[in-house]
Write a protein that binds this ligand. Structure first.
Ligand code: ADP
Length: 400
């Protein structure tokens, strides 16, 4: 009866876990309760588990039955230890993570996490449920939540849940907040400083006041651009799963983008060439979002190029695996990107040392936004560059 209740309870929590908004931690704890209940009786009613590792109890529920039922479907690693800390049972997830022949071995030799061994020893002393969080940095980043419970006959149940992906995204989120706050604080501090100067030491100096007010205006503009980029990024992230299906004339989109940039293009005496072939002109997507992509790529090509250089924007048939895709290249003869920076330039807030040294203004969010928009189009962004010579950004989009 206990087993039936625990099985039903377990399955209900599993379904809730897959479908509901209840926090993972709460469901994890409930799940542990049902797993403990499930294992409790078989081990208390029979000694056969200790003698014969393949049969769990006297009421005809064998280890194979269990595996077929659900234990092996779990992503959780489940391990049972005897009183000598020898592994007497390991589910499929345990085998996948720690190897196929861990049964019969001491846990310390198979899972080398000192905090885990300490918690198991402590559990053996006070028999109380232990919960520990383990963060491993090497050989690769891992984050585990581990529960250790005493079950009958001096056995110990160890349940390990891998929270690595969730932890990574938590870390990314907090890095993002730290970066965003830092980027917003810098112009704010400068604004406050100039305000103080205007109302204090420069209060009777209209010439300085005018100069400082100009700087304040530019700092306020920087803040505005950053906030707009942050809002755009968060909006686009939320919409990334929505499929786009409009027919978009990419030639028209890029012509408008060039028009919007015409002042900057003529200031730098750049030569911008657009060549989209008729058969590659229509793609599936969202016109506004694709405008944002090419606005950012052209803006970068202008910003990161010297005077009198060329920028080419051309289409070609994608032949590299992506069938029925159109590729559009934005090629500049600008400063280029160092090889070690190429894979990082689509990260939020990443700016190359060169861009910072040359004091070229930017938020470091443009390419992150670009990449998310292209992802939403089920497209691809490829970047190649030669430092000091120029860069090429290839956007591949599904053809209409
Ligand atoms: P930003 O607002 O700084 O331009 P982006 O996300 O658009 O932000 O670009 C990230 C960084 O990538 C830039 O700071 C710059 O260092 C580098 N970068 C982007 N485009 C180019 C380019 N065409 N040529 C050289 N460097 C580029």
């Amino acid at each position: 009866m206990l087993k039936i209740i625990s099985t039903i309870g377990f399955l209900v929590t599993l379904v809730l876990f897959l479908n509901s908004d209840i926090t993972v931690e709460i469901l994890f704890v409930i799940n542990i309760f049902f797993i403990i209940t499930f294992f409790y009786k078989p081990i208390s009613t029979t000694r056969s588990f200790q003698k014969n590792n393949t049969e769990i109890s006297g009421d005809r529920l064998t280890k194979n039955d269990l595996q077929e039922l659900f234990i092996n479907q779990l992503e959780d690693i489940i391990i049972i230890l005897n009183k000598f800390n020898i592994i007497t049972y390991s589910n499929k997830a345990a085998v996948e993570n720690f190897g196929s022949n861990i049964e019969g071995k001491h846990i310390g030799s198979e899972i080398r996490i000192p905090e885990l061994l300490d918690a198991i020893d402590n559990n053996k002393i006070d028999k109380e449920l232990k919960k520990i969080d383990i963060e491993l940095k090497i050989p690769v980043f891992k984050f585990y939540k581990i529960s250790i419970a005493s079950i009958k006959s001096d056995h110990t149940l160890v349940i390990i849940r891998d929270f690595t992906e969730m932890r990574k995204s938590q870390n990314m989120r907090s890095d993002f907040i730290a970066n965003a706050s830092h980027e917003l604080r810098t112009p704010l501090v400068s604004l406050k400083g100039f305000l103080e100067t205007i109302t204090d030491s420069a209060k009777d100096d209209p010439k300085s006041q005018k100069k400082f007010l100009e700087i304040m205006k530019s700092e306020a503009n920087k803040m505005e651009v950053l906030i707009e980029d942050l809002m755009l990024l968060s909006r686009i992230e939320l919409q990334e799963h929505i499929r786009l299906k409009d027919k978009v004339d990419i030639n028209e989109v890029i012509e408008n983008v060039i028009l919007l940039n015409s002042k900057k293009i003529s200031e730098k005496k750049l030569n911008v060439n657009l060549n989209i072939k008729e058969k590659e002109r229509f793609v599936i997507g969202d016109k506004e979002k694709l405008s944002a992509v090419f606005l950012n790529l052209l803006d970068n090509a202008i910003k990161y190029s010297g005077n009198s250089k060329s920028v080419k924007i051309e289409s070609f048939e994608n032949t590299s695996g992506l069938k029925n895709y159109t590729s559009i290249s934005v090629i500049d003869e600008g400063f280029g990107i160092a090889p070690e920076d190429i894979h990082r330039i689509t990260e939020r807030f990443f700016r190359t040392e060169n861009a910072k040294k040359l004091k070229i203004e930017g938020t470091g969010l443009g390419l992150a936004i670009t990449k998310h928009i292209i992802n939403q189009h089920r497209g691809e962004l490829k970047i190649t560059s030669k430092f000091g010579k120029g860069s090429e950004f290839i956007v591949s989009l599904p053809k209409h």
